[in-house]
Design a protein around this ligand. Structure first.
Ligand SMILES: Nc1ncnc2c1ncn2[C@@H]1O[C@H](COP(=O)(O)OP(=O)(O)OP(=O)(O)O)[C@@H](O)[C@H]1O
Ligand SMILES: [Mg+2]
Length: 471
């Protein structure tokens, strides 16, 4: 690894000598300059990791030099060194962005520690900046695949909202439609992009902890509160707080959240003061919050407040040929990840993909493609490896068989028995599978879809397991 460069700027050659020799001893590559002009030249040419800057120089002040370094490179680490430490100078230097201030005579031990910490801090600053740039690139709207009218409309609205002053945004859409992705894009394409993006999944944190998690607490607010703790709202100050699965937030906390949104301030648990807040709240849910609030499971007033700016993410089945666009996107993605060279989809697969209902939306599509690409050996994705449920549902989408005459008064749908008969167990298995797939594995929901109780569904699952242990 090349040595870190440290620039020593002082007009006293004896001091320069001591400092450069020490730096060499500590493993750095010293550079030196005796005037402001020479220092700036060296700074531009050598890009040192840190600068040791004297305050009084023949051709100008070290404070002006500091401002010049910072102008050229805001992350620069500048340590000011001076004979007579004046308070005003110290304050000016720190305001100007000096990393630290050291008085003469320089204590070498102290200087060594300061330089080491300074260079480390500079490295971290550069790293944070790089990561932030990378995030900004990764989480922009142009990374969201989709050209269908439904998607174009959604993205147009979300872009507008990102650029606006809106203090809250509600994202609604089925599971896997890309709410996380849109929440991040809204943050990284807003003027808040340089400030934190903090996400919390309201369903993942026990109700008893979530309040202090969100709002923080004062020392002694409750038995375990040993010290003051910053909440996520505070951590997100200036940026965006993403409240995922907001539908799971308990009613009491919904009231507190509403207060925060309306008043632009919050209070730590056990705190007496309202603290001002500048955070954009992006809330998301895969439930229909309107009917949730009508059913009393979500506060109507909070729903009204949040839905002022509501963005609906269309389900994948309403996005037309986006499904093929996304399939190509994931094909390229997994070709790279799995070191494969699959060219595309066989035409019958394209057809299946177009017709399938994609209850798990983009996430399901991604998983299907990954699975098929692991198994597929030919250079096209063929139907052979598609999950059976996917092909099955496609069939179910085709027009249902006509109910026999005379059965019209039967209110439940009935299926016509084909002449050649059927295998009842297999039909049952296929329906159970489809229900589970559509419900994302949620047995209660799957049971609802099949019109049986959860226990009845369990019983069937057990029966299926026993009869086909290898499946
Ligand atoms: N338009 C898109 N382009 C590319 N990838 C997408 C798109 N939409 C979703 N994805 C991908 O699909 C997966 C699911 O998306 P995401 O996690 O954002 O969904 P979600 O709506 O938050 O789902 P849930 O309600 O289950 O939390 C992610 O891997 C995401 O990167
Ligand atoms: Mg999500």
């Amino acid at each position: 690894m090349p040595k870190e460069k440290v620039l020593v700027v002082d007009d006293d050659s004896a001091i320069r000598y001591t400092l450069t020799e020490s730096l060499r001893g500590w493993g750095y590559e010293p550079l030196e300059a005796s005037t402001v002009a020479a220092a700036l030249e060296s700074f531009d040419a050598e890009k040192p990791s840190a600068v040791l800057q004297d305050v009084n120089l023949p051709d100008g002040s070290g404070l002006d030099a500091l401002l010049e370094y910072k102008k050229r490179q805001p992350q620069a680490i500048v340590i000011m060194i001076t004979g007579n430490v004046q308070l005003e100078d110290t304050i000016a230097a720190l305001r100007g962005g000096a990393y630290d201030f050291i008085g003469k005579p320089v204590r070498l031990g102290e200087l060594q520690v300061t330089i080491r910490n300074g260079i480390e801090a500079g490295r971290l600053r550069r790293e944070v900046r790089l990561l932030r740039r990378e995030q900004e690139r990764r989480f922009r709207f142009d990374q969201i695949t989709g050209e269908s009218p439904a998607m174009s409309e959604m993205i147009r609205l979300a872009r507008k909202v990102a650029a606006s002053e809106a203090s809250s945004v509600l994202l609604l859409g089925e599971s896997g439609t890309g709410k996380d992705l849109v929440a991040k894009a809204i943050h990284y394409e807003s003027s808040r992009a340089d400030q934190p993006f903090i996400a919390i999944n309201c369903a993942a944190i026990p109700a008893t902890l979530i309040e202090s998690e969100l709002f923080g607490h004062e020392k002694g607010a409750f038995t375990d509160a040993k010290g003051r703790k910053e909440g996520l709202f505070e951590q997100a100050q200036g940026g965006t707080l993403f409240l995922d699965e907001i539908g799971e937030l308990e009613l009491g906390l919904q009231a507190k959240l509403l207060r925060v949104l309306e008043e632009g301030s919050f209070r730590r648990v056990g705190g007496l003061k309202d603290l001002p807040l500048d955070v954009r709240v992006v809330a998301a849910s895969n439930r229909d919050l309107k009917s949730e609030s009508e059913a009393g499971r979500f506060r109507l007033d909070l729903y009204y407040r949040l839905s002022v700016i509501q963005i609906d993410l269309p389900p994948l089945r309403d996005r037309g040929d986006d499904v093929l666009l996304l399939a190509k996107y994931y094909l390229a993605h997994f070709n790279e990840r799995l070191r494969k060279r699959i060219r595309g989809l066989a035409s019958e697969v394209e057809e299946t993909f177009r017709r399938y209902t994609w209850p798990g939306n983009v996430r399901e599509l991604r998983n299907v493609i990954e699975r098929v690409m692991i198994l597929e050996d030919s250079d096209l994705i063929t139907a052979d490896w598609l999950p059976r449920g996917l092909v099955g549902v496609e069939r179910a989408v085709s027009p249902p068989p006509v109910v026999a005459a005379g059965a019209a008064e039967v209110s439940t749908p009935s299926f016509q028995l084909p002449d050649e008969g059927i295998d009842l167990e297999r039909v049952e298995l296929s329906l159970v599978r489809q229900a589970l797939e559509r419900s994302g594995g949620n047995q209660t929901r799957a049971a609802e879809l099949l019109g049986v109780s959860r226990d009845q569904l369990r019983y069937r699952l057990k029966k299926i397991e026993e009869s086909q242990p290898e499946q």
